[in-house]
Design a protein around this ligand. Structure first.
Ligand SMILES: CC(C)(COP(=O)(O)OP(=O)(O)OC[C@H]1O[C@@H](n2cnc3c(N)ncnc32)[C@H](O)[C@@H]1OP(=O)(O)O)[C@@H](O)C(=O)NCCC(=O)NCCS
Length: 361
């Protein structure tokens, strides 16, 4: 029997669904989901044997250097013969070819076989997941650095935004919590920060938060704030067609900037580079960044993230926006490595290449 791993095709779906049923009691993948993952450009489904003895499914996080081992299973009759390890090695090698830096996954704490497989393959626990599974079982989040060059901070705070318009408050809460662990990240604080910092409108729906609004909110909570802006124009006015909306946004924007100037937020306009951001991080600043999500999800939306670190090859972001349709979980959005090429393009928003960063101490 040929036991070289191969990419699954739609002809394998029935066998995969059968293997799945034999391998998992809850949370199992349906035939429809297998078809989806086989077709998607953002996942790879590798299998071993014909008939199939084992499969491994990896999801890639667009625009980033992160991948997630979504599932792996070996036919019960074929376990303990090294197929799990072989397939895991294969998907890691394939991920490296896509310039993936980290492979992450979740495992039940009572799944000894899987835990042993991952640990002997070099994965380490990065987080304990209380009552993570449907039946209330605890889990662990594990990670392997496929090119081990970077030290990942332990206990990195993460908060997932709970509305489409509160990326700014959520990113700010993570940054403030990392400065002061007594600062608690709650939904009420998320909403209060939004109410303090909102531009009222954005192109559609509720307004997001502006650099000035967030800067004032951080200042009010006792932090020193410097704003790096490409220019002093009012954020997000481009693309807002309604004259009425523009009037209100201008009123709010001018008031925010005036209050920043009055209350002691430093506004530093001009070109700021990736090297400047790296230096500001090294000086101990927490940095909130406005990015264009185009490279992540093909939406040209302005979006706030917490820039956690930058090294020679990557910038690492905590992105509060978890996309459940893409099966993302917090793992996919923490310490997300973005190659510096992608990152340089991401921090310029819109045709005017608007750039905004908040340096908080
Ligand atoms: C987890 C699973 C994929 C392992 O596949 P496998 O082909 O049996 O694993 P391998 O033979 O490659 O063994 C890998 C390592 O795990 C160890 N291992 C395998 N089964 C084990 C068991 N039941 N208990 C303890 N250790 C076990 C092996 O000794 C080996 O360790 P080593 O490298 O230190 O020698 C398989 O048990 C399975 O399909 N389980 C059900 C589905 C599942 O739980 N998937 C993981 C979801 S997170």
């Amino acid at each position: 029997m040929n036991m070289e791993p191969r990419l699954a095709t739609l002809a394998d779906v029935a066998a995969l669904a059968e293997l799945e049923q034999a391998s998992f009691t809850g949370d199992s993948l349906s035939a429809r989901r297998f078809r989806h993952f086989i077709r998607s450009e953002h996942s790879e489904l590798w299998c071993l044997g014909n008939p199939i003895q084992a499969y491994a499914l990896v999801l890639f996080h667009r625009g980033t250097s992160l991948a997630r081992l979504y599932s792996i299973a070996v036919d019960p009759a074929a376990r303990g013969r090294g197929f799990g390890s072989q397939l895991l090695h294969c998907v890691e090698q394939q991920a490296l070819r896509r310039h993936v830096l980290f492979m992450r996954l979740e495992v039940r704490q009572d799944n000894m076989a899987a835990k042993t497989l991952y640990e002997s393959s070099g994965y380490r626990i990065i987080r304990t997941l209380k009552s993570y599974y449907e039946d209330g079982a605890d889990g662990w989040r594990l990670e392997k650095h496929l090119k081990p060059t970077v030290a990942i901070p332990h206990d990195l705070p993460f908060y997932a935004q709970t509305t489409p318009f509160t990326c700014g408050p959520s990113a700010l809460m993570m940054a403030l919590h990392s400065i002061d662990p007594d600062f608690t990240m709650t939904r009420l604080e998320e909403l209060n920060l939004w109410r303090e910092a909102t531009t009222i409108y954005l192109t559609t729906g509720h307004g997001g938060t502006s650099p000035q609004g967030l800067a004032l909110a951080a200042l009010k909570r006792g932090h020193d704030v410097t704003m790096w802006l490409s220019d002093r124009s009012i954020a997000f006015l481009d693309g807002v067609r309604s004259e009425h909306k523009r009037e209100l946004m201008t009123l709010v924007g001018e008031d925010f900037q005036a209050r920043c100037d009055r209350d002691g937020v430093t506004t530093d306009t001009g070109v700021h580079t990736v090297a400047d951001l790296r230096l500001a991080l090294a000086q101990g600043n927490r940095i909130l960044l406005l990015i264009s999500t185009y490279r992540l999800n093909r939406n040209k939306a302005p979006h706030w993230v917490w820039l956690v670190a930058i090294d020679d090859d990557y910038a690492y972001l905590n992105d509060p926006d978890i996309d459940e349709e893409l099966d993302q979980v917090a793992t996919d959005n923490m310490y997300v490595p973005v190659s510096l090429d992608n990152f340089g393009a991401m921090i310029q928003y819109g045709t005017k290449r608007y750039m905004a960063a908040l340096l908080i101490r």
